[in-house]
Design a protein around this ligand. Structure first.
Ligand code: EZ4
Ligand code: CO
Length: 402
């Protein structure tokens, strides 16, 4: 089999997505996701100008060789744009391989290691009462694990809390908006939120929380300690992780489980975190970290240290990434949990898919390949629109981590 062509489908059904379609001489095609929220067109250009011309004529079954060709062969390594472009190719090739062999991708990664992938979804509210209601609403939908975020009193717009009446979507059309942040107010508030949520839902529900890189290591250590009575499944992105050793400080002070990595793009971003057992869950996005080939290797590396997967699954990753994450998650031994922030109905319509949610778990489905298609006619009705994530400033105007 030979690759005969590849092209991008750029569409914005409620938000922007970059989809790579690779075609072969046997009529089988595969899909990959190259979306990097707020930097979409950089990946598109990287693929169109520099990657697609190198793919023509290659054997799509050579996922390892093509991965190495694009990674080592570029000389310039890593970074979200490069690794998302490599991932888009890699995921599309696994899709082709599955379709050609008439089997779901998870069978090519070791087969199903479980019946389904436990997922968590997002609950949020402008205040504690609304957040508690939102958690209960998601439990009624069948979720057994829920992430809770609430507006921090005195801060106009808090991370994870939508504008009234709208579903939460981190990017906004136009140029970046600016939000305010106060660590002091947040550190006082977060334990009150989880006291209320835990009391409302009882012991059996898995509760998660996303700090979204807002704290220093010692502040994160304090938060982890103050949340211990509420038995969190994890505390996510407690501190920016460029400095991996920062997690050692958090670890020394708290037994609250730690998850990190949604902005990582290489196993090397997590090397110290994993081999020192400073974290419990690695969140590196399948489509930002080089695709299925590297996700499988990274999961196997984590398994040696009892670190589990907790793949990023926000709405800014297309349904193609959700499918890829579920195939890897079903197969690897050390699956932990999968984030599930459901796409809008329109996005789902543009990307018809075989994966399903039922009673707290998701399954990638048994269609050959990834089990995902794209309705190109519908996609064409929603052209790209510039959109950005917000930036955050401290109350005195200092730019901080959003
Ligand atoms: O803010 O993916 O855990 N999920 C998250 C996400 C991120 C977005 C950024 O593009 O933190 O909602
Ligand atoms: Co997060």
């Amino acid at each position: 089999m030979k690759i005969t062509g590849a092209r991008l489908i750029i569409t914005s059904p409620d938000r922007n997505f970059i989809t790579l379609r690779i075609d072969t001489d046997e009529g089988i095609y595969g899909l990959g996701d190259g979306t990097v929220n707020g930097r979409e067109l950089a990946v598109a250009s990287y693929l169109t100008e520099h990657v697609i011309p190198c793919l023509i004529g290659r054997d799509p079954f050579q996922t390892e060789d093509i991965w190495q060709y694009l990674y080592r062969g570029a000389y310039w390594r890593r970074g979200p744009v490069t690794m998302a472009a490599i991932a888009a190719v890699d995921v599309a090739l696994w899709d082709i391989k599955g379709k050609a062999l008439n089997t779901p991708v998870y069978n090519l990664l070791g087969g199903a290691s479980r019946n389904g992938c436990m997922v968590y979804t997002h609950a949020n509210g402008a205040d504690i009462a609304e957040a508690v209601d939102s958690v209960q609403k998601h439990l009624a939908e069948g979720y057994i694990a829920v992430r809770a975020q609430a507006g921090v009193p005195g801060i106009a717009s808090s991370y994870g809390v939508p504008k009234k009446g709208k579903p939460y979507e981190p990017a906004e059309r136009g140029l970046p908006s600016e939000s305010l942040w106060s660590t002091e107010k947040y550190l006082r508030f977060a334990p009150k939120l989880f006291d209320a949520v835990r009391n409302a839902v009882g012991e059996d529900v898995h509760l998660l929380h996303d700090v979204h890189h807002r704290l220093t290591p010692i502040q994160a250590a304090r938060l982890g300690k103050s949340l211990e009575p509420y038995d969190l499944f994890w505390m996510e992105d407690a501190t920016p992780a460029e400095y991996q050793e920062g997690f050692k400080i958090i670890r020394q002070h708290t037994t609250t489980p730690l998850a990190v990595g949604e902005v990582f793009n290489s196993v090397w971003d997590a090397h110290d975190l994993v081999r020192n057992q400073w974290i419990d869950y690695l969140r590196m996005t399948v489509s930002h970290g080089g695709g299925i080939t590297s996700a499988k290797k990274t999961a196997d590396f984590c398994d040696l240290y009892q670190v589990k997967t907790g793949y990023h699954g926000a709405t800014d990753l297309s349904p193609v990434t959700m499918a890829a994450a579920l195939h890897v998650g079903l197969a690897v031994h050390n699956f932990g949990i999968q984030e599930h922030m459901p796409h809008t109905a329109l996005t789902d319509e543009v990307f018809p898919h075989a994966y399903k949610f039922e009673n707290g778990y998701m399954h990638p489905g048994d269609a050959p390949g990834l089990g995902i298609t794209i309705d190109e006619e519908l996609a064409a009705k929603y052209p790209y629109q510039r959109a950005y994530l917000p930036v955050a400033r401290l109350l005195d105007g200092t730019l901080t981590d959003w």
